[in-house]
Design a protein around this ligand. Structure first.
Ligand code: HEC
Ligand code: HEC
Length: 392
């Protein structure tokens, strides 16, 4: 096992886990960068391929769409607190076909998928109740004995729990939404904004953390497209037309994929943040609780809709939305996606967030906007299925 321990493996020599979080994961997610194996994928190909149709040696995680498979790898990395090279060979850094190279940890993880599925099938009626995280909890060797340190430590409140958490006596969600709208400019000003065009920069694992020019187009109630100019024709695109969503990453094995499940719902929710009056309409019911973000108390509104994972919205003292956490289903349990909003500035009488940090199990992206214009006409085609650049 030591052979697969890497410098990014956050343990000391005795195998104890080191503090410091999973931030280093971000830099490691080279998924897609420079992958050349699948050049027969064209713009005409089905855009919702299954993982086994795109990757070289998928044995147990079959029948899940590519976007979900990528999230599953995020679950693996997060649950075991390993980077991609914690299981995969180092060669993935320059040759993404090397993701298919087997290692003892990959073989072990395959067994774990089978074990996990069997447990859920046998003891939880097929519900995905046991996940990698249930046992591993951020450790590649799950603890067998209880920890006195954990038992006697101060309680630490995780502000993004998926489990039920509402507080008795908290204000109703309607009141918190009303305060939010008031805090950012009032219902009239917010209602006047029906489209937004923004420019700025994007940096993420898919740009090797380099800042590249970004454009955002958003149309009320929930359409939004982001285009990051990575160089040449290689634009990175995230598009959502109100119903369907796509992701373009030209160098990935599947350069154009259609979003599914929680990624699709998430695209709609993310778009609504530009048109905040819509947010309160997006759910069937709410729970309200309290938590802390960066040491300040926040009100948390959890939006619930049948058939979907909940969405947590965090409002600071001034009533402004500072964080959104949602969950996406994978082949091995739900994984969180967190967006932090800050640097609110005036756009035609409405305060809009110019700085956004998106953190999920495979990485972290930073959006910094320099200009935002409201109520500009946007071509409908901007939100539709993106065209891939012609093959060279
Ligand atoms: C806990 C171990 C583990 C970690 C950590 C991990 N993977 Fe994997 N990965 C696997 C296993 C197991 C498979 C094979 C799945 C199967 O056979 O169904 C796999 C397969 C893949 C494949 C498909 C390779 C092919 O062509 O067949 C890709 C791509 C991939 N992983 C990317 C990643 C990325 C990116 C990360 C980091 C975010 C990552 N993995 C982290 C265990 C891991
Ligand atoms: C029911 C509990 C349980 C679940 C669920 C579980 N594991 Fe494990 N896993 C273990 C135990 C126990 C070990 C052995 C740890 C040791 O050797 O001390 C282990 C070991 C591993 C190892 C070998 C780590 C090493 O020491 O190098 C990998 C890789 C792994 N698990 C991946 C996964 C993945 C991926 C999932 C989700 C698909 C998963 N596990 C789900 C309990 C679990």
């Amino acid at each position: 096992m030591t052979a697969y321990r890497t410098t990014r493996d956050r343990r000391d020599a005795s195998g104890r886990r080191l503090a410091g979080g999973a931030i280093a994961l971000a830099a490691m997610c080279l998924l897609g960068v420079g992958f050349v194996a699948i050049d027969e994928v064209t713009a005409q190909a089905p855009v919702q391929p299954m993982a086994e149709e795109v990757y070289l040696d998928v044995q147990v995680l079959k029948g899940i769409p590519v976007d979900t498979f990528n999230d599953t790898m995020g679950m693996f990395a997060s649950a075991l607190l390993l980077d991609c090279v914690g299981c995969h060979v180092q060669e993935i850094n320059f040759d993404t076909a090397a993701f298919a190279t087997p290692t003892p940890r990959i073989q072990r993880a395959r067994q774990m998928v089978i074990m996990m599925n069997a447990m859920n099938q046998t003891y939880f009626g097929g519900e995905q109740r046991i996940t990698c995280f249930t046992c591993h909890n951020g450790d590649y060797q799950p603890a067998a004995a209880p920890s006195l340190r954990v038992q006697y430590a101060d309680l630490v409140d995780d502000p993004s729990p998926l489990r039920f958490f509402f507080a008795i006596g908290a204000p109703p969600a309607e009141e918190i939404f009303a305060r939010y709208i008031e805090a950012i400019g009032g219902a009239e000003a917010v209602g006047r904004i029906t489209s937004v065009v923004a420019t700025g920069t994007y940096a993420g694992f898919d740009t090797l953390d380099r800042e590249v020019p970004l454009e955002i187009y958003a149309q009320s109630p929930n359409r939004r497209t982001l285009v990051a100019h990575w160089g040449g024709d290689d634009d990175l695109i995230w598009a959502f037309d109100g119903t369907n969503g796509w992701r373009v990453q030209p160098t990935a094995p599947a350069p154009l994929i259609e979003l599914t499940g929680g990624n699709l719902v998430g695209a709609s929710i993310d778009a609504m943040v530009s048109f905040p009056a819509q947010l309160s309409q997006a759910f069937d019911e709410f729970q309200v609780g309290y938590s802390e973000v960066d040491g300040q108390e926040v009100e948390v509104v959890r939006g619930i809709k049948a058939g979907q994972r909940p969405v947590n919205l965090y409002f600071d003292e001034s009533g402004t939305l500072i964080r959104l956490v949602r969950w996406t289903e994978t082949g091995a349990g739900p994984v969180p996606v967190q967006t932090d909003y800050s640097d609110y500035r005036d756009v035609e009488g409405v305060q809009m967030p110019f700085h956004q940090v998106i953190t999920w199990t495979n990485g972290r992206s930073v959006i910094d906007l320099t200009e935002m214009r409201a109520n500009v006409a946007i071509d409908d085609a901007s939100f539709g299925r993106p065209e891939l650049p012609a093959a060279p």
